[in-house]
Ligand binder design. Structure first.
Ligand code: ATP
Ligand code: MG
Length: 572
């Protein structure tokens, strides 16, 4: 289903331009697919090359997943390939930890990039020689305005900027100064390399943007080779050109940068000219999708790391038990449009539940255990009942459920109020019957209370012969409840998550988003009782705890001493 790394030799350019037709590929549904189809049909493009270009300054979040699914999906649909490229032009914020996490997340989503991951830093030499080229052509210059002066000279949205006094300095002088910057012989902030474009342009991006600045800081990959680093704007388009990216797909905020990328393309001897198309980023209500803000949550320890199961990061979603398939299905359901919008997080939750409902193994776990003793069940007897692994998935192994005289049911499944109607309370009351899921019909005869009057145990009777069989005439169970065998079960802790933010647009209004964190977003249940088979549950499996919700083993806190489950999501 997903694009495998493709050898360019196999996928020849002419092969695709001749053979791809509207019948070979899925019907185009979004504007980018339509553009690519037209480009292929008109022979403007022979091979579709896309890329996903994260900056390794944080972990990927659900917003990035939209871009990943789109870029890898287009490459797959049109028989091309997609690169994974790290835009690592800012050594201050970038780390190898983030590179590794991003690689893991893209793989987890199910995508393979062409060849090795690429890095902007691989192209530093090439970018530097293009900077020299622009100076030689009289199209770039070293400017010695400081940051504040530069701001003053830049003008505003309504006012043209002013030319820098350094703008017309001879190329030879600029070349000399650039070399000085590069070798570390100039102070940080003392000079920059700027493109010579138009200080009066209505587009501020075109007002002699900075191409290189001095940063005497080691880089996670190039070490201390460089004392200058290219700006994102100078690097990004050229990286695409080096990689032969045919369709450079990005989010709307880069639309205003496109004329600048086109200016570089027109003024440099690039090996190819990528075309940029912008689409609306994914915004989800109740969810924050900004790496910078998510990093603040992590750094200030409001959450348990980047992979806290309440985080909208891909690693957080994975740890929480959200499947990669549901993330992909959700992303593929989203409009790829030229406007930004806000998607209801309930739409994402729908895909999470749907995939888990179809694929998660069923199991029973009693969150709030109440002991039940079956007074008419022989003291030393034990039997093994069998239950389906999934109601309509014969391929999932069935389960063995030990059954004995002592059981646990959930406290909420018993009421002392026997007057509750059968319709309202389809659970256990004194003098009436329920069916134990996959087991016998039982009735409640008596309660044992402690000194404070709290019910600590139920004395019940079971109705023999009712496993998988209707009870005798006159016995009508009120409902079906879950249970576990008290003598053969495993203890576990359950981490129940709610939304991290209770406000629809965290971080949008006044005040800090930190104050909008939902204090109830994590509730821990200790010593829940799970059916015996769950003792061998492992990370990566998904379970529906019947009548409770979807759960998975926590990859961080679960151990051989203590089984810990995360609630992925409640039942509807
Ligand atoms: P953030 O705003 O969270 O810091 P970013 O855009 O700075 O994100 P990058 O690493 O630059 O993060 O993003 C890599 C790619 O993912 C870019 O092409 C960007 O357009 C895309 N992307 C980032 N956020 C979203 C989003 N919410 N929806 C769709 N695409 C996104
Ligand atoms: Mg960015």
């Amino acid at each position: 289903m997903f694009i495998a790394p493709v050898a360019e030799a196999i996928i020849g350019a002419t092969f695709f331009s001749r053979h791809i037709s509207m019948t070979d590929i899925e019907k185009p549904t979004n504007f980018i697919q339509q553009i690519i189809t037209a480009d292929l049909e008109a022979n403007r493009v022979s091979q579709v090359v896309t890329r996903f270009p994260p900056e390794p300054n944080g972990y990927l979040h659900i917003g990035h997943a939209k871009s990943i699914c789109l870029n890898f999906g287009l490459a797959e649909q049109f028989g091309g390939h997609c690169n994974l490229r790290f835009d690592d032009t800012n050594p201050e914020k970038e780390e190898d930890e983030f590179v590794q996490a991003i690689i893991e997340d893209v793989r987890w989503l199910g995508f393979n990039w062409a060849g090795e991951p690429r890095f902007a830093s691989d192209y530093y030499d090439q970018l530097y020689s293009w900077a020299i080229y622009l100076i030689e052509q009289g199209k770039a210059y070293i400017c010695e305005l400081n940051a504040e002066q530069m701001r003053d000279y830049r003008g505003t949205l309504t006012e043209a900027g002013k030319n820098s006094p350094y703008r017309e300095r001879p190329a030879a002088e600029s070349l000399e100064l650039l070399e000085k910057m590069k070798i570390g012989a100039a102070d940080e902030g003392s000079m920059t390399l700027r493109a010579k474009i138009d200080m009066a342009s209505p587009n501020i991006n075109m007002r002699d943007p900075v191409m290189y600045r001095i940063k005497k800081m080691p880089h996670h990959r190039t070490g201390d080779k460089w004392n200058i680093y290219p700006s994102y704007d100078f690097a990004h388009g050229q990286e695409d050109a080096i990689e032969g990216v045919s369709h450079s797909v990005c989010t709307l905020e880069f639309a205003a940068n496109r004329p600048l990328y086109e200016w570089f393309a027109a003024n440099l001897p690039l090996p190819s000219v990528p075309r940029q198309y912008e689409f609306g980023r994914l915004n989800l209500n109740y969810t924050m999708t900004s790496k910078r803000k998510l990093k603040q949550l992590v750094d200030e320890k409001h959450v348990d790391g980047w992979d806290d199961p309440r985080m909208p990061t891909l690693s957080g979603l994975r740890r929480r038990g959200v499947t990669a398939a549901s993330v992909r299905e959700f992303c593929n359901s989203l409009a790829v449009a030229k406007t930004d919008g806000v998607v209801d997080v309930a739409q994402f939750e729908h895909f999470i539940r749907e995939d888990l409902n179809n694929n998660a193994m069923r199991a029973m776990c009693v969150l709030n255990p109440l002991k039940v003793t079956l007074s008419n069940y022989p003291v030393d007897q034990e039997e093994l009942l069998s239950a389906a692994g999934h109601p309509n998935r014969g391929d999932l192994a069935s389960r063995q459920l030990p059954f004995s005289r002592e059981l646990y049911i959930d406290r909420d499944d018993f009421s002392l109020d026997s007057t509750l109607s059968r319709k309202k309370f389809k659970r256990l009351v004194l003098g009436d019957y329920v069916r134990l899921r996959g087991g016998y019909v039982i009735s409640a005869d008596d309660v044992v209370t402690d000194s404070s009057g709290e019910v600590v145990e139920l004395i019940c009777s079971y109705v023999p012969g009712t496993v998988g069989e209707d009870p005798p005439e006159g016995i009508r169970p009120r409902g079906v409840i879950h249970w576990v065998d008290a003598n053969n079960c495993v203890d576990c802790d359950l981490y129940l998550y709610e939304r991290l933010f209770n406000v629809p647009a965290p971080g949008a209004g006044e005040g800090s988003f930190v104050e909008q964190i939902n204090p109830e977003s994590l509730k821990i249940i200790r010593n829940a009782k799970a059916e015996l088979g769950l003792g061998s549950a492992v990370v990566g499996e998904h379970y529906q705890f019947e009548r409770e919700g979807y759960y998975c083993v926590d990859s961080k806190y679960s151990s051989s001493e203590k089984l810990v489950f995360n609630r992925t999501i409640s039942l509807r």
